[in-house]
Design a protein around this ligand. Structure first.
Ligand code: TEU
Ligand code: CA
Length: 559
């Protein structure tokens, strides 16, 4: 496979609203990001994925864009954005921006025009349909944030489609003018010096022309079998590649819920000229039915199975991305590890180790590198996210109690990730000198970047070491391009896998429990490269694994 700069990159995601506030209005901003670049540089990540910074009414915190060519005033100016690009490039950090092009804000001038009358020349830029004979919606599709995917416009007596909030109308990608308009946006930002895009729900842009009713219920937002991974999406992406992406050397990552590894190959196989990689959702769907707002127990067996399936399926056939968290997911250490003071750092390091030794490009979500935790709330009014409120109502509507609804949100709300980053022990964790837009987790006195950077044993320094290993001359290629082999698939407590090529073999072993375990492996231990425990084992028979222990070892696998 032809080598690409992004193959061994490590991406750090910034959610601007919650990263750092420079002007005391309680909202993170671009100058705030610039002031913290040394943190990312020290960590060793070499790409920043910037969640949306475009002009937006912020109904969905920027995933509702009203002008693709302007920066949201609360985040700064175009000059600030240009300075960010320059400051990053001084540090050899590239920026990818979030391209939200399945939908716009209802306040985008395109939609305002489109809505103004059936005859408007932009009417067809969005998806308008007449009601059925009985006045009901054009079909039975649901949306991620509301019960129905259609909203009625009284003035023109038609429905428009929105797979997300009513304030996020879906663009009609079938219309070539729409596609060209988005391609222009992409050229504009790429010419400014960014290095690619994370593409929001890009696998949903193609809708079938007959808009058939959903027939699958309970497995996700109704209608997904029609609008997720529709074959038209691949055609649009190939056109986008021809017209835009092929002219630059970029990293593109598609956010693609409802995808299988086969879809993953279609999107990311280099010969297909679509995307560099995608975000799959299998592993973040183990412990809950998101659409039904129901929690399930996490199963390590299933996690191992899902990750192994993707690792193997895309080897040489595409490219993986690997992640524990992002702005839509709860905090990883609270979700998959143990966020009590006793095991927080150890389990966070364990999770990091498992992920960062896999093949594919790893993504780190802001605060993950210091093992920030979920923040639980006791009243629905404390939640900001529109999806939290939708889930809350959904849970009450099925007859569950308010407490049950809060229990679900306290595990899964997207706001956990959106609580501001803790920088230091000062007021508001150093995030802001004003009133933060979302509350600061009171545990910031213990958990903050300054404390973490000062402690060589912190999660932060463990992430640093993992990134350095991936980028090291000696082990980098094995981690980036080597084969993957799962060991002991039936072991429900330990995740062990091999990474190897013709030169060397690495064994990764991780205890996902708070128990002391003992395991034996057939390989011969050569060297422990990295671990989160103090005592260094000397052999792999009767290997003692302390709670949440994780080891990266070079082994001799020739038996
Ligand atoms: O998320 C798409 C998406 O599928 C989410 O609704 C997802 O199901 C959920 O958030 C995971 O818990 C993207 C963005 O990442 C999200 O922030 C936006 O709200 C959404 O698109 C609409 O643009
Ligand atoms: Ca601010």
């Amino acid at each position: 496979m032809e080598r690409k700069w992004w193959h061994n990159a490590v991406v750090y995601q910034i959610y601007p609203r919650s990263f750092c506030d420079s002007n005391a209005d309680g909202v993170g901003d671009i100058p705030g990001i610039i002031s913290k670049l040394s943190h990312i540089e020290e960590l060793g990540a070499n790409v920043i994925w910037l969640s949306p910074v475009y002009a937006s009414p912020m109904k969905d915190n920027g995933y509702d864009i009203s002008d693709y060519y302007e920066i949201a005033p609360e985040y700064g100016s175009m000059a600030d954005m240009e300075e960010l690009i320059t400051e990053c490039s001084k540090r050899n950090i590239r920026i990818i921006m979030d391209l939200v092009a399945n939908h716009t804000s209802e306040q985008h001038p395109w939609f305002i025009e489109s809505k103004s009358s059936k005859e408007n020349e932009k009417r067809d830029w969005y998806i308008w349909k007449p009601a059925k004979g009985d006045g009901s919606e054009p079909n039975n599709w649901e949306s991620f944030f509301t019960k129905k995917a259609w909203t009625y416009d009284n003035a023109s007596k038609q429905y428009y489609l929105h797979l997300f909030a009513p304030s996020q109308p879906d663009l009609n990608w079938h219309n070539p003018q729409v596609r060209q308009a988005i391609y222009q946006v992409m050229h504009f930002w790429l010419r400014k010096g960014i290095s690619g895009f994370r593409m929001d729900v890009i696998n949903m842009i193609a809708k079938p022309s007959d808009f058939p009713d959903a027939t699958i219920f309970d497995e996700g937002v109704a209608g997904w079998e029609h609008w997720a991974n529709n074959h038209g999406c691949h055609q649009y992406l190939r056109e986008m590649y021809r017209e835009v992406l092929s002219h630059y050397d970029v990293l593109t990552v598609g956010e693609t819920p409802f995808t299988t590894p086969l879809d993953g190959r279609y999107y990311s196989h280099p010969a297909r000229n679509e995307l560099s990689m995608i975000f799959q959702f299998d592993h973040v769907s183990i412990d809950r039915e998101e659409h039904n707002a129901r929690a399930l127990p996490f199963s390590l067996l299933e996690y191992k199975q899902v990750m192994s399936k993707w690792q193997l399926a895309l080897h040489g056939q595409g490219w993986n991305s690997v992640y524990w968290s992002n702005h839509d997911q709860p905090r990883a250490v609270s979700r998959y590890g143990d966020d009590s003071p006793r095991y927080r750092e150890t389990s966070a390091k364990m999770l990091a180790t498992v992920l960062h030794c896999m093949s594919g490009t790893p993504y780190i979500y802001q605060g993950e590198e210091i093992a920030m935790t979920n923040q639980c709330f006791s009243d629905i009014s404390e939640y900001n996210d529109l999806m939290a409120h939708f889930h809350y109502q959904k849970i009450l509507a099925r007859g569950d109690s308010k407490q049950q609804a809060l229990d679900f949100l306290n595990r899964f709300s997207r706001d956990h990730a959106r609580c501001p980053v803790h920088w230091n022990k000062h007021e508001n964790a150093g995030f802001s000198q004003g009133v933060p837009w979302l509350s600061i987790n009171p545990n910031y006195l213990d958990i903050n970047a300054e404390t973490a950077r000062a402690n060589p044993n912190s999660t932060f320094h463990h992430y640093r070491a993992l990134i350095a290993l991936r980028q090291s001359p000696q082990y980098g290629d094995t981690i980036t391009y080597g084969h993957y082999q799962l060991l002991d698939p039936e072991d429900s407590e330990v995740y062990a896998y091999l990474r190897y090529d013709q030169h060397q073999c690495l064994l990764i072993v991780a205890n996902f429990t708070a128990k002391h375990l003992e395991r034996s492996y057939q390989e011969k231990l050569l060297e422990v490269l990295l671990s989160n425990i103090s005592n260094t084992p000397t052999r792999l028979t009767g290997l003692k694994l302390e709670p949440y222990a994780a080891l990266v070892m070079e082994v001799d696998a020739t038996r």
